[in-house]
Write a protein that binds this ligand. Structure first.
Ligand SMILES: [Zn+2]
Length: 275
């Protein structure tokens, strides 16, 4: 089996392809095609959930990443290699309750409303991260790596997990010793949290009003190609490495707001899209 060609980076939600492999997934069946519009959960950075939809008319109950090497297939969390590692074939595995035969041509259809809601949640997640970087910029004593807009990249430096859901995201940041060593001060952040959230919301409001174009840079057609998200914001072009799906303009998000919460050394940011 060769690495699956994926069309979700172009925004596709339908396709037709041939089943090139089937694998057991517990009691269920994992179907692999040569080309698919389905976005699977990534095993290395599982931020955007799997698409829903149908393959050959059968419900896709889950969609996971598979890695094939030396005649063995590993799935999801059991993959022992980093995303895109050499020597592996990277597969989109569509999980169904009923098997389909290898060689059969099938229609693939992603639930478009679910995809659109995940794309909105994902674009909002990246914009909120950039707005948070800007709002926390004054808290750095040393200059760490900068984001595309020239602010200290708090998001990439402190993030521990990111979870996208329909029209929303939840990002978790660790404000521990290592972040302090890198020059970030969390002193008084608790008392100033509402002010930070308001500054993030203000910036998000300006960015959605700016109707900025969003695009993905896609260096290759395979699942694990190193794609990059770009957004041409009024302050400049921002870019973030990203394997997910997105809206094509910031105005499609309607209103984006955040809620911040600080518990000991964990900062969480819940981002919500209201369309
Ligand atoms: Zn992303």
């Amino acid at each position: 089996m060769n690495s699956t060609v994926v069309t979700f980076p172009e925004g596709r939600v339908t396709g037709r392809s041939e089943i090139v492999g089937t694998v057991p997934v517990g009691e269920r069946h994992g179907l692999v095609v040569s080309e698919t519009p389905f976005h699977p959960l990534d095993h290395t950075w599982p931020d955007q959930p799997a698409d829903r939809g149908t393959i050959g008319g059968l419900p896709v109950v889950d969609c996971v990443t598979g890695a094939w090497s030396e005649g063995r297939l590993h799935l999801g969390e059991d993959i022992p290699a980093r995303r895109g590692a050499e020597g592996w074939q990277w597969l989109v595995v569509h999980v169904t309750d009923t098997p389909l035969p290898v060689g059969e041509s099938v229609d693939l259809a992603v639930d478009p409303a679910h995809r659109a809601a995940l794309s909105a949640g994902h674009t909002a997640c990246h914009l909120a991260a950039l707005a948070l970087n800007a709002a926390l910029a004054g808290r750095w004593r040393k200059e760490p790596a900068l984001d595309g807009l020239g602010h200290p990249d708090f998001d990439q430096t402190a993030i521990t997990s990111s979870r996208i859901s329909p029209g929303a995201s939840l990002d978790v940041y660790r404000l521990g010793k290592s972040l302090r060593k890198k020059g970030f001060t969390a002193d008084g952040l608790d008392a100033g949290l509402a002010e930070v959230a308001a500054a993030v919301d203000d910036r998000l409001k300006a960015w959605t009003a700016a109707d900025a174009p969003v695009r993905l840079e896609v260096p290759g057609p395979e699942l694990t190609a190193r794609r990059t998200w770009h957004c041409a914001l009024p302050e400049g072009e921002a870019s973030i490495p990203c394997g997910g799906t997105h809206v094509s303009r910031t105005s499609e998000l309607g209103t984006v707001t955040v809620e911040l919460a600080l518990e000991e050394t964990t900062l969480t940011m819940r981002t919500t899209v209201t369309r």
